[in-house]
Design a binder for this molecule. Structure first.
Ligand code: ZN
Length: 217
């Protein structure tokens, strides 16, 4: 059912309001990353605070971010790129479930987190991927590349951008937000060259932190 809905054109698709549309794009995503399927974690975290996973992840994002995502994702769909929300709000109860070894990020993620964040309704990041998904990491990565390239070209028209570029490809936030302004030039300049920019970024980070691997943001 969901797979069919994904290929409806804009004129065929029922007009959904902002949060219903974003909820649909969240529910259509595979919720898999390089660590494997992780969608269940949203469900567990949401249940702890008495919400559905969708309500938790989507409505947990700041309104201004939801407004911008709604406009951009609809425009992307018109351009043939159906874009799914792999992750939205992640509060402290959810951040704590991120793979051991990167727990340091638990309190300072722009998805939510405890320190300096105002809680549910104030998440300032979303992870965006192609709704096509894929069976392997490589497939998912290749399918999502056009999505990320489109955001790099047109995102600023919607005041959205990818602060870390290939260092955390799906991660998107407000281009006038603190995270984007602090991180974007660094990532862009430091990792501009290289054949496979993403693996280059990961290997640079491994060197820096002694092989700990990629940090989730
Ligand atoms: Zn992210």
């Amino acid at each position: 059912m969901l797979a069919a809905a994904m290929f409806l054109t804009q004129s065929e698709a029922p007009m959904l309001d902002r949060d219903d549309f974003l909820a649909q794009q969240y529910e259509l995503s595979g919720k898999v990353d390089f660590t494997g399927p992780f969608g269940w974690k949203d469900g567990v975290a949401a249940a702890k605070v008495g919400m559905s996973a969708t309500q938790y992840a989507v409505e947990g994002m700041e309104k201004v971010l939801r407004d911008r995502l709604y406009l951009m994702l609809r425009e992307m769909r018109l351009n043939g790129l159906d874009t799914c929300i792999n992750a939205g709000y992640r509060g402290p109860e959810r951040q704590a479930m991120i793979t051991a070894g990167v727990r340091a990020s638990a309190n300072n993620s722009f998805h939510g987190g405890a320190k300096n964040r105002r809680g549910h309704g104030h998440g300032l990041a979303a992870d965006l991927v192609s709704c096509l998904g894929g069976d392997t990491n490589d497939q998912r990565f290749d399918n999502s590349k056009p999505v990320w390239r489109w955001i790099d070209t047109h995102g600023l028209e919607f005041k959205l951008g990818r602060p870390y570029l290939h260092c955390d490809p799906p991660h998107v936030g407000p281009s006038d937000g603190g995270e984007y302004r602090a991180k974007y030039p660094t990532a862009a300049v430091r990792f501009k060259d290289g054949k496979d920019e993403y693996s280059r970024c990961v290997s640079q980070k491994k060197k820096k932190r002694g092989g700990k691997g990629k940090k989730r943001r």
